[in-house]
Design a protein around this ligand. Structure first.
Ligand SMILES: [Zn+2]
Length: 334
């Protein structure tokens, strides 16, 4: 593969707090010699742990973008040991458009790894993340939400593979320090195209989070991310600043999520949830109705859970099409 076309004024090996942009050349009608400005910060103070923090992999997920932007402003370089790279709007064109995927190429960054330096802008940034920003990292932290279509209770997500340098018990402890009330784990393909899979390929442990969504910012969930990341960095020895003003972390309930704990619309219509976030539901529970206002006389279609569990995620939009996820749950059934 050729080298990345991305350039930056940031020197990742220099001490101090540097804030600037990754410049991805993009020649279009309104800007012949222009570049796409991906915001980035590097805070370094000598030798120590190497952290990589990302958010905005999906542009319509705001809690992490705000938490990382606050960390860039607030972290004093004298409190840092080692290096923290912060990428708050990983898919910048999607972020400024408030969309899950980039409006330039319609590509989902979290399905684009390992990327392609000769590909579309989203494929180019994926390649840069995996080959330039991520190597040498001791821990990757990546913030998500449910985006426009889903809403999540605050959930931390460990991602650990057998080749990770960090022991599994250590990442479990760091996830607990994040302080979200729930921890979810999915059975997914570790060789996949997610940013967490990029970390896994490099032997790097990765902690993700799903925090809110519904196309809006939930400030309290951005606070969870802000303090959770600082607690983790302090435990890693990467941050020596005071956490005297930090709230106590929530007790974390661990909820494994299985494929039969997702519910899908099998008909188009208007979705009515019959259960609420935080409810613990039974196997076979009726979780939703899909109404059919376009067909007079047609009764609503019920949606049943296969296996029950604690409801952590629900669709935030009213209209559904066949195939849409209307929510998922985790952990034991009621
Ligand atoms: Zn996301």
């Amino acid at each position: 593969m050729s080298a990345s076309p991305i350039a930056t004024d940031i020197d990742f090996n220099r001490d101090g707090k540097q804030m600037g942009y990754l410049r991805l050349p993009h020649s279009v009608h309104r800007s012949a010699y222009g570049w796409i400005p991906f915001p980035i910060a590097c805070i370094r103070n000598g030798d120590g742990p190497v952290m990589f923090l990302s958010a905005g992999v999906h542009g319509d997920e705001y809690e992490g973008q705000i938490a990382l932007s606050r960390l860039i402003q607030d972290i004093d370089v004298k409190d840092v040991r080692g290096r923290i790279i912060i990428l708050p709007m990983a898919n910048f064109p999607a972020g400024v458009a408030g969309l899950r995927v980039s409006p330039i190429d319609d590509v989902n960054l979290n399905r684009s790894f390992p990327g392609d330096p000769a590909g579309t802008p989203t494929q180019i940034i994926a390649h840069y993340i995996e080959t330039v920003l991520m190597p040498g990292t001791d821990l990757h932290i990546d913030m998500h939400s449910g985006g426009s279509s889903l809403f999540y209770l605050p959930c931390v997500m460990p991602d650990w593979a057998a080749n990770c340098v960090m022991p599994q018990a250590r990442i479990a402890e760091l996830c607990r320090l994040f302080g979200a009330p729930y921890q979810i784990t999915f059975d997914e393909d570790k060789e996949g195209r997610y940013i967490s899979a990029a970390a896994t390929r490099l032997g790097i442990a990765s902690i993700g989070a799903e925090l809110g969504g519904g196309g809006r910012l939930t400030g309290a969930y951005a606070d969870i991310a802000y303090w959770g990341i600082l607690r983790i960095m302090r435990a890693m020895g990467a941050y020596a600043g005071s956490l005297d003003h930090a709230p106590a972390p929530a007790e974390t309930l661990v909820l494994p999520v299985k494929a039969n704990q997702f519910a899908y619309a099998m008909d188009g219509g208007v979705l009515e949830h019959l259960v609420a976030l935080g409810d613990r539901i039974a196997d076979g529970a009726r979780v939703a109705l899909i109404h059919h206002p376009e067909t007079p006389g047609l009764a609503p279609t019920p949606v049943q859970a296969i296996k029950g569990g604690l409801v952590v995620c629900q669709r935030a939009m009213g209209r559904v099409e066949r195939g849409d996820c209307i929510g998922h749950w985790g952990g034991p059934s009621a």
